[in-house]
Design a protein around this ligand. Structure first.
Ligand SMILES: *Cc1c(COP(=O)(O)O)cnc(C)c1O
Length: 339
């Protein structure tokens, strides 16, 4: 049995999704004439109660476009030291937008309103970079899928409003947070000026992310996307996968969370596992005993067709998703127990 827990990006489109994609009407999306892209953008905007949306090639692109619209060269972005926008986007904040970062520590990557307030620089002091954006990530990837407390998000929003700062969300796994905490999407989205969501993570679409914001923001984002080479033509064929995913694959994310909890329990019973970050969504992060050679462990499991990733020192990450069922969980647990 093949069990791939490396990431929730490894999912492959189902027959139903592929049929939906094959039948999707298409047009030139740079001319804004692709009916399927237009439908996806409207669907996503309505779902979150935002004015407008933009379909993009990846979550890195939606984040980088948002930063580019919010910031000028020399400005500063406040985010977690573990934020994907800083850690995993190839230095894009500096490269694409000429902007600087203030990296805050936090509990599993979740920053606080107090820390954000303390990090905002006096805009009248010419020594300082101009703070021009606060960015959160929910769920927090490097925090092992940790979810923000919604009250903390509201407190951060208040700090941003009082200081006239836009608030961006890297919501690559926002749907995981919302189904787990039962927060209405519109109520959540109302806290942010811009939101990036990924369709190709837990939702299981093959390609794409959506950037959400008000009409003026998305108008400017469209130009930034073109500059980055992200204007696509008959993109409806892939956007259809995203539309299908949003219509069919959100509620089932709870199954992924259940499966991740089963892995957490099994890992906690192994004497060579030091600590498992308490599972909140679909990511399981475990720190292994010092005598374990992580590369060797991964290779041994790969021989039994069980795949996961190293995730920093003495640490592994397993991610559950659409293509992992209870048989895969049984397979994983039996391979780990037999080691
Ligand atoms: C995956 C991910 C992204 C976007 O990644 P792409 O591979 O560029 O789509 C952004 N933020 C987080 C937290 C992610 O996990």
């Amino acid at each position: 049995m093949h069990t791939d827990l490396r990431s929730d990006t490894v999912t492959k489109p189902s027959q139903e999704m592929k049929a939906f994609m094959m039948d999707a009407p298409v047009g030139d999306d740079v001319f804004q004439e692709d009916p399927t892209v237009n439908e996806l953008e409207k669907f996503a905007a309505d779902y979150f109660g935002m004015e407008a949306a933009l379909y993009c090639s990846s979550g890195t692109q939606t984040n980088q476009i948002a930063i580019n619209v919010h910031c000028r060269p020399g400005d500063e972005v406040i985010c977690s030291k573990d934020a994907h926008i800083y850690f995993y986007e190839g230095g894009g904040i500096a490269k694409n937008s000429g902007s600087s970062v203030l990296l805050l520590p936090g509990d599993r990557g979740r920053i606080t309103a107090a820390a954000v307030l303390g990090g905002i620089k006096d805009p009248n002091n010419p020594h300082y970079p101009l703070t021009s954006l606060v960015s959160l990530e929910d769920t927090m990837n490097r925090g092992g899928g940790a979810i923000y407390d919604f009250n903390e998000i509201k407190a951060i929003r208040k700090v941003c409003l009082e200081n006239k700062l836009p608030l961006h969300l890297d919501g690559a796994r926002l749907f995981n947070a919302l189904v787990e905490n039962n927060i209405p999407p519109k109520e959540y989205a109302a806290q942010f000026d811009s939101i990036s969501i990924c369709l190709s993570k837990g939702l299981g679409a093959p390609v794409g992310s959506v950037l959400l914001g008000n009409k003026d923001f998305i108008h400017r984002a469209r130009r930034a996307r073109k500059v980055l080479g992200g204007g696509m033509r008959q993109a409806g064929i892939i956007a259809a996968g995203g539309l299908y995913a949003m219509k069919n694959n959100i509620e089932r994310l709870k199954e992924d969370h259940h499966n991740a909890k089963l892995l957490e329990t099994a890992l906690n019973e192994l004497n060579w596992v030091e600590e498992v970050l308490p599972v909140q969504t679909n990511i399981v992060v475990a720190r292994l005993a010092d005598h374990i050679d992580v590369a060797e462990l991964i290779a041994k499991c790969a021989e039994k067709d069980l795949h996961f990733m190293a995730f920093g020192e003495q640490t592994i990450r397993m991610v559950t998703h659409l293509d992992i069922d209870s048989n895969n969980i049984d397979h994983t647990i039996s391979v780990l127990k037999e080691l």
